[in-house]
Design a protein around this ligand. Structure first.
Ligand code: PXP
Length: 252
């Protein structure tokens, strides 16, 4: 597999799940996820990310084909490693699939996927998705064993979970934040060495995105909750454009 081009601009995948969360709070069609995806495309997003959860609390089944049909951007479907999700992914064939751990009671994706120790199941799960042409990514903690296992099971990409870094950042716990950042840097370097493409995401906002965008091996960030919240104040296009500006600044 070719290594990522270090001079390539950092890609921004906009996660529109929380447009759907707001819509679902009332039922009906508003706010419209397709409109949000089109606006993200207009604002310069490089991809649209959506998470079809088992409980359908964000997007619903019909949203996936509707968004795929409406936008030209690559679609990154986040999903749990279940038979039902594999069936859906194979039926719709999004450009990319990010496998995430899922627990019903969690508010968001709280931890990374436990790849090490689940090798055989994940290898079998990933193979047909890759055969169908999807770029398969595993959402993992920045942990050496998980990075190595991800390469073993045949993922092309790892998405490093930045949630702990963001929590320490928000709490002002500089030592823990910097320790987590070091873990992210070395996981990214190891992943690239093993031939994986490196993405990152979870909990990123204007304040904390810089150090993550500066990790040289990272070629894509997936950002949702903050952008959709910020859109209430400044609009979705402006929020995305400002995020892009912050990412580019950090990359320079
Ligand atoms: N990447 C993955 C794999 C995720 O599960 C999520 C949350 O759905 C994100 C990125 C985006 O996180 P946030 O919504 O906090 O920006």
């Amino acid at each position: 597999m070719s290594l990522p081009d270090q001079d390539a601009p950092l890609r921004l995948g906009v996660n529109i799940d929380h447009v759907a969360t707001l819509r679902n709070a009332r039922g009906g069609h508003d706010p419209d996820c397709v409109r949000a995806a089109l606006l993200a495309q207009k604002a310069g997003a490089d991809g649209i990310t959506l998470h079809l959860r088992e409980d359908r609390r964000h997007i619903r089944d019909a949203d996936l084909p509707a968004i795929m049909q409406a936008v030209q951007l690559p679609i990154n479907l986040e999903m749990a490693a279940t038979e039902e999700m594999q069936r859906i992914a194979l039926a719709h064939r999004p450009h990319a699939i990010c496998i995430v751990p899922e627990r019903r009671e969690e508010r968001t994706t709280e931890g990374g996927l436990e790849v090490a120790g689940d090798d055989n199941r994940l290898r079998d799960f990933i193979a047909p998705l890759r055969d169908a042409g999807a770029r398969v990514s595993l959402f993992i903690a920045p942990d050496e064993a998980q990075v190595e296992a991800s390469a073993r099971v045949g993922a092309q990409v790892i998405e490093l979970h930045t949630g702990s870094y963001c929590e320490h950042y928000a709490a002002g716990n500089e030592a823990a934040r910097d320790a987590e950042l070091r873990r992210l840097f070395s996981a990214a370097a190891l992943g690239q060495e093993l031939g994986l493409e490196i993405h990152a995401g979870h909990g990123l906002n204007f304040a904390n995105v810089g150090p993550i965008a500066a990790i040289p091996e990272v070629v894509e960030l997936n950002i949702g909750h903050f952008l959709i919240g910020e859109a209430m104040f400044v609009g979705l296009e402006a929020a995305i454009q400002e995020m892009r500006r912050q990412m580019n600044l950090a990359r320079m």
